[in-house]
Design a protein around this ligand. Sequence first.
Ligand SMILES: [Zn+2]
Length: 403
Amino acid sequence: MITNTQGSASGPQPADFTDVRATNLAVVLRFVRENAPCSRADIAASTGLNKATVSSLVADLIDRRLLRETGLTENRVGRPATMLVLDGSPYAAVGIEVNVDYLTAVAVDLKGEELLSWRRAFPGGSTSAGQAVAGIAGVARRVVNRMTKEARQVLGLTVAVPGLVDLNGSVRLAPNMGWRDVDLAGDLAKALRDPGFPVSADNDANLGALAELRFGSHGGAQNLVYLTGEIGVGAGVVLDGRLRRGGAGFGGEIGHIEIVPGGPPCHCGRHGCLEVVAGLGVLLGHSVSPAEVESEIDEVVQRAETGDEAVLAQLDTLAGNLGRGLGIVANLLNPEVVVLGGYYVKLAPWIVARAEQEMLSRSIAPGGGGCRLVVSGLGYGAAALGAAARVLDSVDSGRLPGV
Ligand SMILES: [Zn+2]
């Protein structure tokens, strides 16, 4: 624990001191997020910070309207204490997910309560990156205007993209969108005319995993893998409670693991990749237009419900191939839970049991090492919600709004 001590001649320089204080503010904020309502004494006892320091940090967080006081408690030993809870009512974190056929925008407050959720058709796969950025900026402006009308300050915006996004928010490759080397975070900040809040971009599966970690109902699992079930299939990997992006940010590309040697061609130039043999293409053919995916999947579900044998056989093939991929995940990462997102949620009744059985049969650890296969309860908004969660994560790690 870093403590807030006044420096001697050899002590911290002013910049270090600022860092230490920011770190300690974040420690207190996170403690209250996880333990509210709690008292200043609770914070001191659990964090190791001394009481005077905690009082000063709490005063700062109250000034920033990140915490607020909420009455006294009487059911404790000793004097009644003033209890603290998260405030955050003046703030909003914004997440937008773009995909080949739709765009989702969400805003949440500091507590993660949803303030706004929009989903609309978006021709991400059929417009240029420049047009897409203009479209995303238009939606972002409307969200920000709405939040401003509600007297909320936007803490940040993150955009989720199905593709390789580097650690600077630049999209190296988003094949299904037709994007290559697009400085999405930078271009979007410019399109928003330097909006006064950070703009970032990240891979959709990474952000889905962040959403599951913060908002999902997985019993506090700290090791989870989230799979997008869209036109493409990507994985977001959380190990020991932290999102793992890899060296350049390109980890989790499960969609291009070879599952069926010599199988159908993938747009990546290889054959039998997971996203070709366990993605929506198995059900829809590979020529379906992005705009039609949702209605086509609804039709698949209807036919499966009526016992259409051809569709059931396709679903069985998809699930078996998915399970083969998950066997690799279970052996390599030993997650507590694998969460299926996107369109996989609608297909769950026909794919989960079969995919789980296949995964278990391929895991060297008994019982798949304890790995459960579940579907996301966060719906289509998972990546957008995770994008907003990333903004909250940056606040929790010390990038606080000013007073
Ligand atoms: Zn591929």
